[in-house]
Design a protein around this ligand. Sequence first.
Ligand code: AMP
Ligand code: DBH
Length: 544
Amino acid sequence: MMPLVQPFPPDFAERYRKAGYWRGETFPALLRERAVRFAGRTAVVGGEQRWSYAELLARAETAASGFLKLGLMPGDRVVVQLPNLPEFFSVVFGLFLARLVPVYALPAHRQTEVVHFLRRSDAVAYVIAASHDGFDYRDLARAVREEAPALSHVVVVGEAQEFTPFAGFARDGEVVFSEPDPSDVAFLQISGGSTGLSKLIPRTHDDYIYSFRASAEICGLTEDSVYMVALPAAHNFPMSSPGYFGAFYVGATVVLAPSPSPETAFPLIAREKVTITGLVPPLALLWLQAAPNARHDLTSLQVLQVGGAKFMPESARRVRPVLGCTLQQVFGMAEGLVNYTRLDDPEEIIVETQGRPISADDEVLIVDDQGQPVPDGEAGNLLTRGPYTIRAYHNDAGANQRSFTEDGFYRTGDVVKRVAGGYLVVQGRASDHINRAGEKISADEVEDHLLAHPNVFDAAVVSIPDAFLGERICAFVIPQGEKPKAPALKAFMRSRKVADFKVPDQIVFVDAFDLTAVGKVSRKELRARLRAQFLADEQKNAGH
Ligand code: AMP
Ligand code: DBH
C-alpha cells in the first residue's frame, strides 16, 4: 500500500508554523472542542434532521466505532460517495476520529471514476447512499467490487441489501481513538483532471485547517452565520472556501441543500435564514433569473460566493442589485491556492477580478512560456507555492513531474494577469481541459473513450464558449466504416460508465484533421486549430 504523504520541505514547514498558519490543530480535536464549546447550538440541518454540535460528535463517534469494528485500521482509505445528506458529516468526521482517510467522490461519478479512485488509493471500504436522483449506488458498488481487489466493505446509508448498513453502526463501551499528527494526511481530495483521470490530492490537517480558518475570517463567518451547502458536499469549494468546515470552525450552522436549483434553495434560504452560500456561475445565472419573481424572502442572504469557473463581469454586476447581497468571487483549486475578493472591496474589484490569495505567504508567480516573469497587467501562466498548496499528488509520478517545478511550485495550468493590489483576473488556461459549469473535464480522457468506438477513426475534444455553461464539450470525430449518429456516440460514452458531465454536448463529424503542417502535429495544436476553425465558421454563419 502506497504510504500517504504530503512532502512539505522541513524549512517551509517550520516557517509556516512560526508564522502561525499551522497551529497543530486536527479534525478530531476540532470536533471535540466545538462539541463542548457550542454543544447545544445547531451544527447541521439536512432533510428532516437537525443536529446540535454535541450530537454531531456523538454520531461521528458511533460511526468511528462502527468503521473500526469492521476491522479497518488507522491509515486505511475509504472512498466516500454521498449526496448532500447529514450522514455525509457523521461519516466523514467518523473517519477522521478513527484515523481513517476519506477519498471524496462526487455523486455524479460512475464505475470508471470510482474504480480509479479505489485502485489509486488502495481503498478498503466504499461508503454510498442506497440511491439518489434515480440512481442506485448499490448496483454501482456491485460493479466496482469486481475491479477493485482491495475493497472489502461497502457501507450503505439507507437500505443496504447485501451490504453493511451504516444505520447498524453502534457504539458499545468506551472506544479510545488514537490521535493523528497534525502533519498527517487527513484525506484525499480529487482534482478535475487536466490530463487523463482525476488525480488524488493529499491534504494535511495543518494545511487544510489553516485554509478554512483563514477563509472563515475573510468571509466574515461568525457563530451566527448560516452557511448553505448548495454544490455537492464533496467539492472543495463548499468544503473549505470557507465551506462547511469553515462554518464548523466558528460554530455556525450548516444547511444542506439537496439541490442548488432556485426551487429548492430559495425556500431553504427563507426558512433557515441562510446568510452565505457558494455557487458556480451557471447556477448564479439561474438564481439571478429566478430572484425577481421569487415568493421567498431572500433578505437574510448577505454574501453570494461564485467560483469554480470564470464569472463574467456583466453577470457579476447584477448580483448586488438583483439579490441584494454582496458578491464574493472565489478562484480556487483543490490543490491549494484560493483567492477571494474581500467583502469590503470596491464594487469594481468585486465585479472585475477573481480576488487575491488568502495568505501573505501564498507565492504567486506569473510567467511566460519560457518561465520568465511577466509584468503586472500582462497575462501569463500561474504558478504557486504556499502554506496550503500541495507539493505532490498521491501515487502519480508522471503527474508530479508535469505539475510541479523543481522548487516546488504548483503549475496551475491557469492563465491569469495580476492587477493593482495583487488581485488576479483569470484569462483562460494553458492546458486542454474543459471547464463545464465548474466541472473540469480532461480532453484526453473524453477522446480516449470516443476512440474505443469501432466506428471512430480519430477524435479531438475541445471547449467551446457557451452562454450558459461557460464552456461546453465539443468533439470532432473522424468516422470509419459506417458513420455513427451523434446520439449513438453519446449513448456509447454513457455505456463506458463515466460521469454524465463528461459526455460531449456537441459532436461534429469531419473527414480528416487538416494536418497541413509538416511532420507531427501535437494534439494540443490540433485541438487549437479545430477550435479556431469552428469558431470562425460559427461567426461567419452568424453574419449571414
Ligand atoms: P481543480 O484543480 O479541479 O480543483 O480545479 C481548479 C480550477 O478551476 C482552477 O485551476 C481554475 O482553472 C478553475 N477555477 C476555479 N475557480 C475559478 C474562477 N473563479 N474563475 C475561473 N476559473 C476558476
Ligand atoms: O474549482 C475549484 O476547484 C474551486 C473553486 C473555488 C475550489 O477548489 C475552491 C474554491 O476551493
